[in-house]
Design a protein around this ligand. Structure first.
Ligand SMILES: Cc1cc2nc3c(=O)[nH]c(=O)nc-3n(C[C@H](O)[C@H](O)[C@H](O)COP(=O)(O)OP(=O)(O)OC[C@H]3O[C@@H](n4cnc5c(N)ncnc54)[C@H](O)[C@@H]3O)c2cc1C
Length: 386
């Protein structure tokens, strides 16, 4: 069991009061929102202390980590992805690097970038602009739900296994490795993949299933055993694979609560940062008196919606990949070993949520149109060739 450091007993005093902005959730999305806010009374609440409970395998594009000034948390950096299928292995050269990082350290560094207050409290629900917690009621005209897939502050939450959620579980044995590795292998999971992400002195070995009814504990243990590693220190969660409205009933949703995790890859850290930053900037415009709450909600909701086609496209790929015949899958995986193809595919992929330093960000919509055009052109070519 991870050590619990959150307030207990007499330390859990009653909370209350009015804030300008209330951010519920202090992980990737919530802390990204908070870093954009100045000159307002902001409260961040989470059921755990910041960085106390790791919520992922913690791999993200290094450019993003650098752009946010979080390099101090990096454990290991990779410039290729090694992909295993039952019929062979291929190394995909990446046009940008991924890094694994230390979750508590990254959260600490990100948290240092805001001047918000923080309290540990479990959020139970909301009535209008009052949020109910296990330590009392908190009120704010601007409320953010960055609480993850449960979308606690919406009228209707998700209930697994009937909701569009994937299932992910990993173990964290001590150990080391040189590559980010994936297994697209139906003997582990019929629809999904396995992974091993080295992080200096630790391996994060897991299995994710796009089908929520498929239990991933046995294959996670088996993959660890097949790699000669101990299945210890478990960490798992549901992963949303369908984007949802980012502005609903007066509340802003960012990260997993808005389904901002990418289908097929289940990459949700940089997207939580990307949409969290956008959300924070819209909130700041209200704090500054440059916009009303309704205008900010409409603008942020529209920003998220403009990305919907990319998420839908990834979801179509998520549904298609498990149906690809093994030999064809092997051919595609092998072809991706060619730098020209791999760089092109991953270049498009990064631009779904490019890092803030990226010169493409300024023309994000123009780029989105460009990528849309390119993807469609590729699809037409593939159809013609096939
Ligand atoms: C096993 C696994 C491995 C993954 N690996 C990767 C990876 O390597 N790279 C990647 O990009 N993505 C990965 N993901 C996806 C990624 O973890 C999520 O998309 C990402 O964490 C979303 O960030 P978030 O801030 O929206 O939500 P979360 O990180 O889930 O944070 C939600 C926060 O809200 C708090 N909270 C929840 N409910 C309450 C409540 N009722 N009251 C108070 N606080 C509450 C939690 O304590 C938490 O701090 C992985 C997911 C899983 C399950």
């Amino acid at each position: 069991m991870p050590e619990r450091r959150t307030k207990r007993g007499n330390d859990r005093t009653q909370l209350g009061g009015e804030y300008d902005v209330l951010i519920c959730g202090a992980s990737f999305a919530g802390l990204a929102v908070a870093r954009e806010l100045r000159g307002a009374r902001v409260l961040v609440v989470d059921r755990y202390e910041v960085g106390e409970r790791q919520t992922s395998a913690c791999a993200a594009p290094t450019e993003w980590i650098r752009a946010l000034g979080l390099e101090g948390s990096v454990k290991q950096t990779f410039d290729r992805l090694v992909v295993h299928t039952p019929h062979g292995t291929s190394a995909w050269p990446l046009p940008f690097t991924f890094s694994t990082f230390d979750y508590p350290r990254l959260c600490e560094l990100l948290d240092d970038q805001n001047d918000a207050e923080f309290e540990t409290a479990k959020v139970n629900g909301r009535s209008g602009f009052t949020v109910h917690t296990d330590r009392g009621d908190l009120t704010a005209p601007l409320i953010v739900d960055a609480l993850g897939w449960r979308r606690v502050l919406a009228g209707s939450g998700y209930q697994p296994p009937d909701a569009p959620l994937s299932r992910g579980l990993e173990v964290h044995p001590h150990g080391s490795g040189g590559d980010l590795e994936l297994w697209i292998d139906r003997s582990y999971v019929p629809a999904g993949y396995g992974w091993s992400f080295p992080a200096d002195d630790e391996l994060r070995i897991g299995v994710g299933s796009f089908e929520p009814r498929f239990h991933v504990k046995e294959p996670t243990v088996r993959l660890a055993e097949d790699l000669g590693e101990d299945a210890v220190r478990y960490q798992g969660n549901w992963i949303p694979h369908k984007i949802r409205s980012a502005a609903e009933d007066g509340v802003f949703f960012a990260g997993d609560s808005a389904g901002h995790c990418l289908p097929l890859t289940a990459e949700g850290i940089r997207t939580a940062w990307y949409f969290g930053i956008s959300c924070g900037r819209e909130l700041q415009s209200v704090v500054d008196g440059r916009a009303t709450r309704e205008q900010a909600l409409a603008r942020y909701g529209a920003f998220s919606d403009r990305h919907r086609w990319k998420f839908d496209w990834m979801l179509r790929a998520q549904r298609a990949v498990p149906r690809v015949p093994p030999r064809l899958l092997r051919a595609v995986v092998a072809a991706m070993g060619r730098p020209a193809l791999s760089h092109r595919a991953f270049g498009h992929y990064l631009r779904i949520a490019p890092p803030p330093s990226d010169r493409l960000v300024a023309g994000a919509d123009r780029i989105a149109d460009h990528v849309h055009h390119e993807v469609n052109r590729d699809a037409v070519r593939a159809t013609a060739a096939g």
